[in-house]
Design a protein around this ligand. Sequence first.
Ligand SMILES: Cc1cc2nc3c(=O)[nH]c(=O)nc-3n(C[C@H](O)[C@H](O)[C@H](O)COP(=O)(O)OP(=O)(O)OC[C@H]3O[C@@H](n4cnc5c(N)ncnc54)[C@H](O)[C@@H]3O)c2cc1C
Length: 302
Amino acid sequence: MAADHSGPVPFSVEFFPPRDADAEARLWRAVRIFERMNPAFVSMTYGAGGSTRDRTVRIAGELATETTLLTIAHLTAVNHSVDELRALVGAYADKGIVNLLALRGDPPGDPLGDWTAHPDGVEYASELVDLIGGLGDFHTGVASFPEGHHRAPDLDADTENLVRKLRAGAEYSVTQVFFDVEDYLRLRDRVVAADPEQGAKPIIPGLMPITSLAGARRMTELSGSRIPADVEERLARAAGDGPEENREAVRAVGIDLCTETSERLIAEGAPCLHFCSLNFAKATSEVLDRIGVDTRGAFTPV
Ligand SMILES: Cc1cc2nc3c(=O)[nH]c(=O)nc-3n(C[C@H](O)[C@H](O)[C@H](O)COP(=O)(O)OP(=O)(O)OC[C@H]3O[C@@H](n4cnc5c(N)ncnc54)[C@H](O)[C@@H]3O)c2cc1C
């Protein structure tokens, strides 16, 4: 992450597996734009459904082999036996991917529903970190939660779990998207206090420029997180009282908010800014441009 970067801080971009050929073409347009901005890494999330899973592995492999981008593949334990997880790690390794984000995942269909482990699978992400560590020379990251994971009884239990995952061998964590920098700073302090050695590992903040208030509400609801009242108020004011939200105004506020968050995180020494792009390049690159990343020429057609 200390490698050469064209702005005040390294940044990274998250993509998700496209559903069809059109969405895949859009993803690749975004990938090529970001590639020219020299991100520290890109990551590809891992879907809950069967066909998306095959596509995820294929596209993550193409990111690793057909671009200059360092690729991190997400991996979840949902509906997988240990044998299948081993095979999946092997499939990534065959494509040259040695950077994995080890996650438990959520129950398919209802992310907030009851979690049931595969009978021959693993129960928690820490076990997945352990499993990957035993399979070869991989670099593993995990998820962290500035507001606490919604299933953790309290913030202490949540911190304990993150430390457990780091002790199991994870080298860094990437946070859930948040909108209050204080939550990130408090998480960082909690991990340092719980275990200074593990607390020295990077906690990479997850960011997302909001372009739709309804979309942001849905995302936070599904992930058990929240939009702070002041942020909600600014967005709601921009959205207006009409039957349809004013997307242009919401987008402008969303980009302002994400820029402010990014600037504060840079000032607080965040190691890298991780943007959930939703497979679009424009909103994130506007934020990057405003924080001083060189985005010139990134949109020039090749
Ligand atoms: C950066 C990031 C990327 C993500 N990418 C994806 C993705 O690609 N695909 C996807 O489906 N989902 C993804 N998610 C969502 C993630 O899978 C969910 O948030 C999931 O609910 C938690 O996953 P975890 O890896 O943190 O689980 P864990 O660390 O296993 O924690 C799950 C819960 O169990 C508790 N727990 C853990 N270990 C123990 C223990 N030993 N004893 C008691 N309780 C314990 C924890 O406190 C927590 O409440 C991502 C989340 C983040 C933040």
